[in-house]
Design a binder for this molecule. Structure first.
Ligand SMILES: [Zn+2]
Length: 915
């Protein structure tokens, strides 16, 4: 185990005291379960009345079997907002009462002093304590749900990363694993769920005491329980594990798809990892109020409703894809994370990077038609490239000490960066070799903890390949490289020679002072090449000969599978643009090329006009995932040219016309109506094309969207797959009237998928007064806390609303801070992150001043990166706005009327081929 740096961390507990078993009895005030009201808002009002405060108290008793490495007079363990009322140690049958308890608020600990030395060896520590349920969605917290005609109050938990200590005094570090036996006191008509199945229930009058079976050795952050009125559906997987989906009353059938996914993937993972699922049961529980997407508590995964449930009436491809992703992600953790846990939080990528990668594999296995591997490139790899290119970015293996730093580490770099490194690992080791290494690692460290070094060691032992020196550079260094390609003179007629050099890529084109180098998997593909070839770049420079005729195109990073960008000389960029036009490149390469050229243009390595020119090579695109990139690239240009709150100028009008025409073909070909058996990609493309075509001003599309919502409100059906587009186009093009209609949809349903669609849409409102009303709504009791963020985040590309949103944030800071302190800080970070779209010096100063006056522990990096982004926006506008405005003006005068160049059949038959 590691001692070096960790030993100096004052937030860490002593290494000489280790728990081996917990017995926890937890007793909430039973009166809270009797609270009820006819609407959710009434229930929340009731809960906020001053006399209701004591309702939220709980008390408990915990017995901990300890192993003391040496004699000690004191024991320090974690306790956050808990009051210890009694404590003693039982050593060899002799009881030593605690003389005093000292709390340390900063380190979230309690120290019990016994007044004399307790000898080394095993002993029992017994503590009685009390605490309070919170409404911050961490520790043990309250959640509201509908039970028939009334609203009631239930309890859920979220312990990752450091909140088990809010619920019972414990040694709340991932490496302090122990077994645990939970007992809860609850009313007879409710269900309690926890990591293990119920061992027995005893009745004491009005309550029952539910005791769960003892867990295997596990980390405290993976423990969980929940108390509500639940219903469930169940099935047994092909290895005999009982899997249940639990929901609040009336929703169990919405869990069918989630159950189907779990039944497929749980045994598929056992096959992949070569180890059976370690627990006797698995519950997937939908929790109405939930801060994250989902949580992999061992044996009891908890989910936000939108990540697990889909109402057949509102069933959409987007919802199903998300559910499959999240369920498979959490399932992957039962081995990677739960069975073998990172030793400390700086290795959190060992959890999240693997779940991110394996999730994609499992979804692809179950739904091969979904193009999940292509989505992995367009989502995970690209997300990592965009997260890791800031000056304030952190390495994937990142030193963290305190709860705020730990919390901030759960970000795109850890998830998608870690996932992308695993894609590179697999490519380097082969699928078989990678799996062998993982199995070795899981078997060696089962029920224990491990570091990144342990993983590399096990892979090297299993495969004989030096993975640490090759891939370790991507987890230890900050960021990723830019590979600059220069062609060398070559007399051979069958090859081209290149000189490559590397340096860190930074999104604003600045130089990295650290002089890092990476071991880069340099792959190339070329015209007429049967498959890509790979060699590894170890130092600053490298010479490379590629078997391709001079004049034929050659592309590096084939399939965009690796974390680096490529800067070619201008004539090679031309060759590649021609290759896109000619249809020579596959979708993953088209995605990578477009993303690279825009990132390089923003950083000033290539002219922005060239990025725009490259985009125009994609006019005949057929893949949804590339279209999605195109929409993003047009969004970037929109951001540069948008005049803000002023009237649109010529440049912006020309651009909008161009962007609209871009989507004219797919929008008109797809139409609003599905045909027969369409692929997911085709269904998603319809929604995207209509949303963008209308979004850039096609009046017929907007009119149809208006008619569709009216008909829907009048009781006619509306295809759930186009609802998001319909709602957004209404919000974008209507003031208070549109908001009223959308809120009618919101109020008429308890289905979270549908509510979320509305919340996303209303973030696109343009008219200032209505924007203010939207924001008031977002922070009202109508909207659950986790969903408020959705409204704010969806205003970020809404240039007209941005200044209003920012003023609203500043004016209502106290309210927002009260809503999201503690673990919710991440949400608040996302909310203030909307400021990254500003693009003037005035706003830069304003945001900077506000951040300086309102620092957020746990969102420090988000704030720093927001300022970095505003700086870059200002630079880009200064440098590129006029040149791209000219480009669009020239295009506008040269262009004739819009023509329909693709036929329905061509597009429909092309899509499935691109899988
Ligand atoms: Zn995860």
């Amino acid at each position: 185990m590691r001692r070096t740096k960790d030993a100096k961390n004052p937030y860490r507990l002593s290494e000489s005291v280790s728990p081996t078993a917990y017995f926890v009895r937890w007793i909430p005030n039973q009166k809270i379960f009797a609270l009820s009201a006819d609407t959710r808002e009434h229930l929340i009002k009731k809960m906020n009345e001053p006399e209701a405060k004591e309702l939220f108290m709980f008390c408990g008793a915990v017995e901990i079997n300890l192993s003391l490495a040496r004699a000690t007079e004191t024991v320090t363990l974690h306790a956050h907002d808990l009051k210890i009322t009694d404590g003693y140690i039982d050593k060899d049958g002799i009881r030593h009462g605690a003389r005093s308890v000292k709390y340390n608020k900063k380190y979230q600990t309690a120290t019990l002093s016994f007044g004399k030395k307790i000898g080394a060896g095993a002993c029992w520590l017994y503590i009685e304590y009390s605490g309070t349920l919170n409404d911050d969605m961490c520790g043990a917290y309250g959640t509201t749900y509908q039970d028939g005609d009334v609203w009631r109050y239930g309890i859920a938990t979220q312990f990752e990363a450091t909140d088990a200590r809010r619920v019972f005094p414990c040694f709340d570090e991932p490496a302090k694993k122990a077994t645990v036996e939970f007992s809860l006191d609850i009313p007879h008509d409710l269900t309690a769920l926890s990591n293990m199945p119920v061992e027995y229930e005893t009745s004491t009058g009005a309550v029952k005491i539910v005791t769960f079976k003892t867990t295997p050795r596990m980390s405290t952050y993976l423990m969980a329980f929940t108390v509500m009125k639940f219903e469930y559906i169940e099935a047994t997987d092909r290895y005999g594990v009982k899997v249940r989906v639990y929901t609040t009353p009336g929703k169990k059938e919405h869990g069918r798809f989630g159950l189907e996914v779990a039944l497929h993937t749980l045994p598929a993972l056992a096959d992949y990892y070569g180890m059976k699922y370690p627990l006797p049961k698995l519950d997937l529980v939908a929790i109405p109020d939930f801060a994250a997407g989902a949580m992999e508590n061992w044996g009891i995964e908890t989910f936000r409703e939108t990540a697990l449930l889909v109402d057949p009436k509102n069933d959409s491809v987007a919802a199903r894809e998300r559910i499959a992703d999240v369920v498979d992600h959490e399932l992957a953790h039962h081995w990677f994370g739960n069975l073998v846990t990172m030793y400390w939080w700086n290795h959190i990528w060992l959890n999240e990077g693997f779940a991110d990668f394996v999730e994609n594999k499992m979804v692809d296995l179950q739904f091969p038609a979904w193009e999940r591997t292509l989505r992995f490139i367009s989502e995970s790899v690209l997300a990592a490239l965009h997260a890791m290119d800031k000056k304030n970015s952190h390495p994937i293996e990142c030193e963290v000490q305190n709860p705020e730093e730990i919390r901030e580490n759960f970000d795109t770099t850890t998830y998608s960066g870690g996932g992308s490194v695993n894609l590179m690992n697999e490519q380097y080791l082969t699928e078989e070799g990678f799996r062998k290494g993982l199995r070795e690692y899981l078997q060696t460290y089962a029920y224990g903890n491990a570091t990144t070094q342990n993983l590399w060691d096990m892979i090297e032992r299993a495969t004989g390949k030096p993975i640490r020196s090759v891939m370790g550079t991507f987890t230890r260094n900050t960021g990723y490289p830019l590979v600059t390609v220069e062609e060398q003179e070559n007399k051979e007629a069958t090859t081209r020679r290149f000189k490559l050099s590397q340096e860190r890529f930074l999104f604003d084109g600045s130089k990295d002072k650290k002089n890092q180098t990476w071991t880069i998997p340099i792959g190339t593909t070329a015209r007429n090449a049967s498959k890509p070839t790979y060699s590894y770049m170890f130092g600053k420079n490298m010479m490379l000969e590629v078997p391709v005729r001079p004049g034929d195109w050659v592309k590096f990073n084939p399939g965009t599978t690796s974390l680096y960008r490529v800067l070619y000389p201008p004539y090679i960029r031309n060759e590649l643009r021609a290759a896109v036009k000619a249809g020579d490149l596959g979708p993953a390469d088209r995605i990578g090329l477009l993303d690279d050229v825009f990132a390089l243009a923003k950083a000033g390595h290539v002219p922005m006009v060239e990025a725009v020119e490259t985009l125009s090579a994609y006019e005949k695109e057929s893949s949804y995932y590339v279209w999605s990139m195109i929409a993003g690239a047009l969004g970037d240009i929109d951001h540069i040219l948008h005049p803000g709150v002023r009237m649109p100028d010529d440049a912006y009008t020309h651009f909008r016309e161009y962007a609209k025409n871009f989507f004219a073909d797919p929008a008109r070909v797809m139409t609003w109506n599905k045909r027969g058996d369409e692929t997911n990609a085709s269904i998603l493309l319809r929604a995207l094309a209509l949303r963008c075509f209308g979004g850039y001003g096609d009046t017929e599309t907007i009119t149809t969207a208006r008619a569709k919502i009216d008909a829907f409100l009048a009781g006619e059906p509306l295809d759930p797959d186009i609802r998001q587009a319909v709602y957004i186009l209404n919000a974008e093009n209507g003031g208070p009237e549109a908001l009223k209609k959308l809120m009618r949809v919101y109020d008429s349903t308890e289905d979270h998928q549908e509510k979320i669609r509305v919340l996303r849409a209303i973030g696109k409102t343009q008219d200032p007064d209505t924007v203010r009303r939207v924001l008031d709504l977002a922070v009202s009791n109508k909207v659950r806390k986790q969903d408020t963020v959705i409204v704010f985040v969806n205003t970020d590309k809404n240039q007209a609303a941005l200044p209003i949103v920012w003023n609203y944030i500043k004016k209502n800071w106290k309210l927002l801070y009260a809503r999201y302190h503690g673990d919710g800080i991440r949400h608040l970070g996302n909310i203030v992150g909307v400021a990254k779209r500003f693009k003037t010096e005035d706003m830069y100063r304003d945001v900077k001043r506000f951040f300086a006056d309102h620092p957020l522990k746990g969102a420090k990096r988000t704030m720093a990166e927001t300022l970095e982004e505003i700086r870059l926006n200002i630079a880009i506008r200064k440098r590129d706005k006029d040149s791209i405005a000219r480009w669009f003006a020239e295009r506008a005068s040269a262009r004739g009327p819009v023509s329909l160049t693709l036929t329905t059949e061509a597009l429909m038959t092309e899509l499935p081929e691109l899988r």
